[in-house]
Ligand binder design. Structure first.
Ligand SMILES: [Zn+2]
Length: 304
């Protein structure tokens, strides 16, 4: 007999957490992008109420291309549980400068109509939205992605990253960093330009040494599904050494679904798995872990 077909449906909801917690990085406008045929797409209100039912009470919605930033602007006005982060993603920057090249992932650049806008104009639009909506609490995700870029692309990413750092400082907003295969490059830019006061490594992927460096500089580390994966002992060691005051949690939904549902779609209601791992590694009881994370989240992004 053949093997059982792979399951791409929504996982069952986990038991509710004993205390509310906040997902500081999710892409609710993109949930439909990962769903196979026949798998239902929940409305934003349903996503929020499913999350609330298991204790994930609030979220930072991240819109990191020109279109998603505009969608984020209106989505967070509509839903009390949401605040927002907006930016031009490092993988978008070289498309806006028309210098995109092929990185180690081997994918050809794919230009869309939004990339007709220059990087300067795109950044001006991010600034306009951020200034006009007080629920935008962070500039992000910005940074460097050396999996998706070659030498030319890297230059555009770096230019864009520096502009985002300046914008976060100018507007006194937090900043969320995307760092893929680019730890040293990201750190170099942060140290050269000076990091914004509240700087968060979204989906932190560094080792213990990098976590120590982040702690020295007061940077926050946000942990996502990968911290639950069996093989990621090095990442858990980094988490273990991170001061509890600088730990955040996220889903990065619809990507990075936590264990035991890797490969299936992700949404904020699945974040309790990651919270359990954080509590365990940080040697906190679950209530303390949730409360500390909420405190940290409010320190970084303010109340909403
Ligand atoms: Zn993300």
């Amino acid at each position: 007999m053949g093997r059982k077909a792979k399951d791409y449906s929504w996982p069952a909801a986990p038991p509710a957490l004993p205390s509310p917690v906040i997902d500081n990085h999710t892409h609710l406008e993109s949930l439909g992008d990962v769903l196979r045929e026949g798998v239902p797409l929940p409305s934003i209100s349903e996503v929020i109420s499913d999350a609330a039912r298991v204790g994930v009470s609030k979220m930072i919605q991240v819109g990191c291309d020109l279109e998603s930033a505009r969608v984020t602007d209106s989505m967070i006005r509509e839903h009390a549980a949401l605040a927002g982060a907006i930016a031009i993603h490092p993988n978008e920057a070289p498309l806006h400068t028309h210098t995109a090249d092929v990185g180690p992932d081997g994918l050809e650049p794919r230009y869309e109509s939004r990339h007709d806008t220059s990087l300067d104009d795109a950044l001006a639009e991010i600034e306009r939205i951020a200034r006009s909506n007080n629920k935008i609490r962070a500039i992000g995700e910005t940074g460097i992605d050396l999996f998706r870029a070659g030498e030319q692309g890297f230059l555009a990413q770096k230019e864009s990253f520096r502009a985002h750092i300046a914008l976060a400082k100018e507007l006194n907003l937090a900043m969320q960093i995307h760092d893929r295969d680019a730890h040293q490059e990201v750190i170099d830019v942060l140290l050269a330009d000076g990091a914004p006061e509240r700087t968060v490594f979204h989906c932190f992927s560094g080792d213990a040494e990098m976590a120590d460096l982040a702690a020295q500089h007061g940077w926050y580390l946000s942990f996502a599904g990968p911290v639950t994966f069996g093989a990621n002992n090095e990442l858990r060691e980094a988490l273990r050494r991170t001061p509890t005051s600088h730990v955040l949690v996220e889903t990065d939904a619809p990507y990075l679904t936590p264990h035991p549902y890797r490969g299936r779609p992700n949404a904020p209601y699945l974040m309790p798995y990651t919270v359990h791992t954080i509590a365990h590694v940080q040697e906190l009881n679950l209530v303390d872990a949730c409360q500390r994370i909420v405190e940290n989240t409010h320190t970084v992004y303010g109340l909403w």
